[in-house]
Design a protein around this ligand. Structure first.
Ligand code: SF4
Length: 294
């Protein structure tokens, strides 16, 4: 069990940091969501580890997260919108240094107009944050916190929590920044899944049920909160165990079904997806033959 600071970008993969195909050993909220969305997408990402093109939206999200994290390095009174704006170019330069492939995003933009527009959008998201929270009155206990725990079943859960606030009374608040828009009410359960996942991990690690889960949507300027109780965390634990069983079964049998939805439009793997006439690469793990009948 561990908690330690972990820089963005990138939530840990369920298959762990080791390169090459191997069975998944742990689950993060993103990869759990991948499997629920489309098992074949999970396989491509976790087992085949197929590369994906960087996207402007995801990279903007990474940049905005980095700025909001670094802003808390400053003394409380200096955590202002101008200070946050000043951080943007430096954090973008740092990201580019860590991940040179991000330069591809603006390779067709010699005049720099697209990049300027993209940076202005990131700036707008950062500025909107100040209408939702007041960083001069916050003193986070943790930022970009890597958490990992093992349940009694042996399932390992891991992820990165954007911010953890601890009140003088000891109450814990888990905060996550989203650069998109808040979901419609009928989709809120999906949004809260990631947060209850983190609440379960924190509960297992520190024996404290977080008092509040808070999603800060910079895209639409909304804050979604939920105060979990033990029954919520036990429910998400059962759900994760069932999910892990399904992943283990697919891993052993090599049976990863595509599940087409309108989100396929954003999938990088259409050319190898049977739903779009493609063929997946040869399954790289040993397959357990089904039991003989009769
Ligand atoms: S294109 Fe759709 S169905 Fe195919 S792997 Fe991607 S998400 Fe799954």
């Amino acid at each position: 069990m561990s908690t330690s600071p972990c820089p963005r970008p990138g939530e840990p993969e369920a298959g762990g940091p080791v390169a090459g195909p191997r069975p998944p050993v742990s689950l993060s909220p993103s990869r759990a969501s991948d499997f629920m969305r489309c098992p074949l997408l999970y396989r491509f990402r976790v087992i085949d580890k197929l590369p994906e093109k960087p996207s402007e939206a995801a990279t903007r999200g990474t940049l905005v997260h980095a700025v909001l994290e670094r802003l808390f390095d400053a003394p409380a009174a200096e955590r202002t919108p101008p200070r946050a704006r000043e951080l943007l170019p430096g954090q973008w330069a740092r990201l580019l240094e860590e991940r040179p492939e991000l330069a591809e995003l603006f390779a067709d933009d010699p005049a720099g107009e697209k990049l300027a527009r993209w940076l202005a959008e990131a700036e707008g998201l950062v500025e909107r944050w100040f209408t939702l929270e007041d960083p001069t009155r916050l003193e986070p206990a943790e930022r970009e916190l890597f958490v990992e725990t093992e349940l009694e079943s042996g399932l390992r859960l891991r992820g990165v929590i954007d911010r953890v606030d601890v009140a003088p009374t000891g109450e814990v608040r888990i905060v996550d920044y989203k650069t998109g828009k808040a979901p419609r009410p009928e989709y809120r359960d999906g949004a809260l899944f990631q947060m209850t996942f983190y609440a379960l991990v924190v509960w297992r690690l520190k024996n404290v049920i977080p008092r509040r889960l808070q999603l800060v949507y910079l895209g639409s300027g909304e804050v979604l909160t939920y105060d979990p109780v033990e029954a919520d965390l036990r429910r998400v634990e059962r759900r994760l165990l069932a999910l892990w069983e399904a992943i283990a079964h697919a891993t052993a049998t090599g049976d990863w079904r595509p599940r087409p939805t309108k989100l396929c439009g954003w999938c990088d793997h259409q050319e190898r997806c049977p739903e779009f006439g493609g063929t997946p690469p040869v399954y790289p793990l040993p397959v357990v033959p089904p039991p003989r009948s009769g």
